[in-house]
Design a protein around this ligand. Sequence first.
Ligand SMILES: Nc1ncnc2c1ncn2[C@@H]1O[C@H](COP(=O)(O)OP(=O)(O)OP(=O)(O)O)[C@@H](O)[C@H]1O
Length: 217
Amino acid sequence: MHRSYRIGKKSIEVLHGIELHIARGERVFLCGPSGAGKTTLLYTLAGLERPEQGSVSIDGTDLYSLGPKKQAAFRNAKIGYIFQNYMLLPELTAVENVLVPGAIGGRDEHQAAMAALKRVGLADRAEHLPAELSGGEQQRVAIARALVNHPPVLFADEPTGNLDSRNSSEVMDLLMGLATESGTTLVVVTHDEHLAERGDRKLIIQDGSITDGSAVK
Ligand SMILES: Nc1ncnc2c1ncn2[C@@H]1O[C@H](COP(=O)(O)OP(=O)(O)OP(=O)(O)O)[C@@H](O)[C@H]1O
């Protein structure tokens, strides 16, 4: 696939002919230097950035051939996304944030949201606003929100990027544990090559291309 950005009259190609197959239940880590195109690739894979050339197929569905409503419903049902900066809604409590994907899908799943918060160890902080939570706790809420629908595919962009090493390790343990437990396909962007060794496969993205794809185990 190819993806470029237009800045004024200039077009900068960010992804150059990337071809990637990820098996069901596989845990893939994307590493590479800042500006290499990791976030752009993750956005494109998750249906958030249409590639100019190429396609993304998840579970046999060509994501970008769907109309906007169908694509949104597909993403809501099949894809969890953990953003680099948590992206919690600041005026909503932890549990209300976790309820958002269900609400978008037309469901009110308070029990499921509470269960998801419990799984990430935050049942007692359900009524707290994001500003009242630490960075690690906010990231756990974001994980609960991404997993509340039990999506078969989970994308995570630098899920430990803003955390200290202890919290990083705990959050990554949690993410890997939850994904493995439910057979979720996991695609994680990280600049931390050490953390990336924990996946099934580590891919190095450099200048918008995959320069190395090695099986870790
Ligand atoms: N919306 C945009 N408009 C213009 N250029 C963009 C846009 N988003 C990203 N870029 C450019 O595309 C390139 C790749 O960005 P991307 O965020 O995908 O890299 P990254 O590998 O995730 O970087 P980092 O590790 O710093 O988050 C960069 O040069 C960036 O400046």
